[in-house]
Design a protein around this ligand. Structure first.
Ligand SMILES: [Zn+2]
Length: 467
């Protein structure tokens, strides 16, 4: 793989102490960042590196999505089977009906389309949560195939649920277990180094978690089996937690405890566990998440879309919980998600100054920490030794652009700027606005439309009783 020197540009590092470095360069070797600093100095130190000139640009680390659902692609333009009156009906009339009508081929294209959108919007690592109840076995392999074609890093899981009966729950458990074993086995064809840009020190392209739908569709028996399987695996669960009050009420009624406490009692709160949403949890549960060192994915625009409420983000961060930003299948652009992330908190608190830094922190600090923990290497930051996952944007700051003003430029300027280049592991996936991968966007969309038309006919006539 070519050694590169990229710059000069304004480089924003992200990470715990985000910096804005004017006239900076990034030296890359073997898919990893070798050096970051003043371009004039780097151009003398790295004379043999291939120079990629980027004057008048801003370079950010590749962005990370902490909670996505690639399978939501075929929902575009699809009306629910009946008008939902609450969140559980949104699931019944839309999402559960959608996921049980997907075929394995649908799963592949449902992933490939948003993965292309990720490249175009600068998202280079995605933590996905998948469901396809009548195409469970092999589904994670299909998504991994799509991710390999796209060149994007992914953490994958299948959402185990009892809602479609015990046989499908067992298939979900088997799919997660088998996929986790495959991903961790370096000899396997689907192994963690299996990215198209793999090699040398380049960090993993593929990792996995054990997926669970949500407490209210999971029996103790199923969760105990998942807990048993996890004993021998270096993985956590990825699960929706108290996204709606219905989930908390169900846990209180059936198990006389909150959702987080229930998961803790079954030994599912591990340091690689991702809890999505966490809206209806108590302060004691927040502190329990912090003590167990789990991660939380906050999904503000999805929560607004489903009218389920607002997580206590300020409480979570105050208690020391590692929180990141997800899109919950709403979109693949993290800059789009970030620019609206503060608004629900301001509305809920009736405070026009609330949650500005805390929501920007999710993207800049939280997501890199989450991805780095799941992938075992530094992702989502521009520093020596981190993965060479970079994006370049056209952006001409009209006001001083410094460490102090960075978040204002990020959310109100860069979030509306065009991503020109996307690089993962030192390889361009998009250069000057043109995709550099093995498929064209037009052909992928045309293939998806053919499948989506058949899918919509199955969705329309589905009479299977969902939960
Ligand atoms: Zn979700």
């Amino acid at each position: 793989m070519a050694s590169l020197l990229i710059g000069p540009a304004t480089v924003c590092t992200f990470g715990d102490r985000p910096r804005v470095l004017p006239d900076a360069g990034v030296a890359i070797e073997d898919g990893v960042i070798r050096d970051v600093g003043p371009y004039a100095k780097l151009s003398k130190s790295y004379r043999s590196h291939t120079a990629i000139r980027t004057r008048n640009s801003v370079i950010l680390p590749g962005l990370i999505c902490a909670h996505h659902h690639f399978y939501s692609t075929f929902a575009r333009g699809l009306a629910p089977a009946k008008t939902p009156r609450n969140f559980v009906e949104v699931l019944k009339y839309m999402w559960w009906r959608l996921d049980r009508n997907l075929t394995l081929e649908d799963v592949y294209y449902s992933a490939l389309i948003p993965l292309i959108e990720c490249i175009k919007s600068g998202t280079t690592t995605v933590i996905d949560h998948h469901a396809s109840a009548h195409a469970v076995r092999g589904s994670l392999g299909k998504i991994a195939d799509a991710a390999r074609v796209a060149g994007v890093r992914v953490n994958l899981c299948y959402e185990v649920s009892d809602r479609d009966g015990p046989a499908i729950a067992a298939e979900g458990i088997a799919e997660n277990s088998e996929f986790l074993s495959l991903v961790s086995n370096p000899q396997s064809a689907i192994s963690a180094g299996g990215g198209s840009a793999s090699g040398g020190r380049n960090p993993k392209f593929l990792t996995a978690s054990f997926g669970l739908h949500a407490s209210f569709t999971l029996s103790d028996r199923t969760l105990r089996e998942v807990s048993r399987r996890l004993e021998s695996l270096d993985a956590g669960v990825h699960v929706h937690v108290a996204e709606d009050l219905a989930d908390r009420k169900d846990a209180l009624k059936k198990y006389r405890t909150g959702v987080v406490q229930r998961l803790a009692g079954l030994d599912l709160l591990r340091d690689k566990t991702i809890l999505a949403h966490c809206i209806y949890i108590t302060p004691a549960e927040r502190r329990l998440i912090a003590r167990k060192n789990c991660m939380v994915a906050h999904n503000p625009t999805s929560n607004m879309n489903n009218a389920v409420g607002t997580a206590d983000l300020l409480g979570l961060t105050r208690d020391g919980v590692l929180v990141g930003l997800g899109t919950d299948g709403m979109r693949s652009s993290m800059l789009d998600e970030a620019k609206f992330a503060a608004f629900p908190h301001r509305m809920a608190l009736r405070d026009p100054a609330a949650a500005f830094c805390e929501t920007a922190d999710l993207l800049v600090k939280g997501n890199p920490a989450i991805a780095s923990r799941l992938f075992g290497s530094r992702l989502g930051v521009i520093e020596k030794g981190a993965a060479a996952d970079l994006i370049r944007l056209d952006y001409h700051p009209p006001t001083p652009f410094t460490d102090e003003t960075f978040y204002g430029h990020l959310l109100f300027g860069l979030a509306n700027a065009r991503v020109r280049d996307t690089m993962v592991g030192g390889r361009f996936l998009m250069r000057d606005g043109k995709l550099q991968i093995g498929v064209s966007e037009e052909e992928a969309a045309a293939a998806a439309r053919v499948l989506a038309a058949k899918f919509r006919r199955r969705f329309a006539v589905d009479r299977r009783p969902g939960r």
